[in-house]
Design a protein around this ligand. Structure first.
Ligand code: PMT
Length: 221
């Protein structure tokens, strides 16, 4: 068994995409499979944590010993995270949350109208889940975010670390189709106030165990 570095700790993890309805049959979303967040939940449970895994719509089995909460939209995910975070030592935000949602959700299927060759989709900003938890004055867990970037990876990730008031961010170059979204592999750099630590490319399952060790060192020294 791996070292029990999270023994007695309560850990909340988000995974997968969120999905924003346009009408009863259509939605906006992204290519997150949930593999990274589920691998982290598995690794955290193996390290002794009591894990709550808040999952967007994904096709993955629940890891052994993990309490799972399924959600669809960003607002649903926020509500579930707020509840879990009230009694939580560590929050890891691995979900790929939709930044925007349709301003209006049509109650009936939107029709392709004759003579209309284009249409305008109005969007409104979603709440930022990880920033909401990191902004807490009370009941604030140690907060770890991810940053999915396609360019200037370190720079953009460091910006998110600061803007969202996170304790640590895992910078993820998602321009390489061999890693990031939906792959079994990933390559990340850990960034916190002490600097940057690039980790070698690895299976998400192996990387998750390494991340849990590194996060526990920082969160619970
Ligand atoms: O699910 P997989 O297929 O395994 O892929 C893994 C992954 C690439 C999705 C994962 O490793 C990853 O990088 N997750 C974060 C994806 C993302 O949307 O990053 P971002 O840079 O847009 O967001 C930064 C951080 O803010 C993230 O921790 C995100 O969860 C959080 N966020 C973003 C927007 C929002 N409204 N609320 C949030 O909490």
């Amino acid at each position: 068994a791996p070292a029990q570095v999270l023994q007695g700790k309560k850990v909340t993890i988000t995974a997968g995409p969120t999905r924003e309805a346009l009408d009863p049959v259509r939605y906006l979303s992204n290519h997150s499979s949930g593999k990274m967040g589920f691998a982290l939940a598995t690794a955290a449970a193996r390290a002794g944590a009591e894990v709550t895994l808040i999952a967007g719509p994904v096709r993955l089995a629940t890891p052994a010993g993990v309490a799972r909460v399924d959600v669809i939209s960003t607002n649903d995910m926020l509500a579930a995270v707020e509840r879990a975070a009230d009694d939580c030592d560590l929050f890891i935000a691995a979900a790929a949350v939709a930044d925007f949602r349709p301003a209006v959700v049509a109650s009936q299927k939107i029709k392709k109208q004759d003579g209309n060759d284009s249409d305008v989709l109005r969007l409104v900003k979603n709440p930022d889940i990880v920033a909401t938890i990191a902004a807490r004055q009370v009941k604030r867990p140690f907060v770890v975010g991810f940053a999915a970037e396609t360019e200037k990876v370190s720079e953009h990730a460091a910006g998110k670390l600061q803007r969202k008031n996170l304790d640590m961010i895992i910078a993820n170059d998602v321009s390489d189709p061999q890693s990031g979204f939906n792959s079994d592999h990933n390559q990340v750099t850990i960034i916190d106030k002490n600097g940057e630590l690039p980790l070698p490319a690895a299976l998400k399952t192996e990387l998750a165990a390494e991340l849990v060790t590194r996060i526990a060192e920082r969160a619970f020294p």
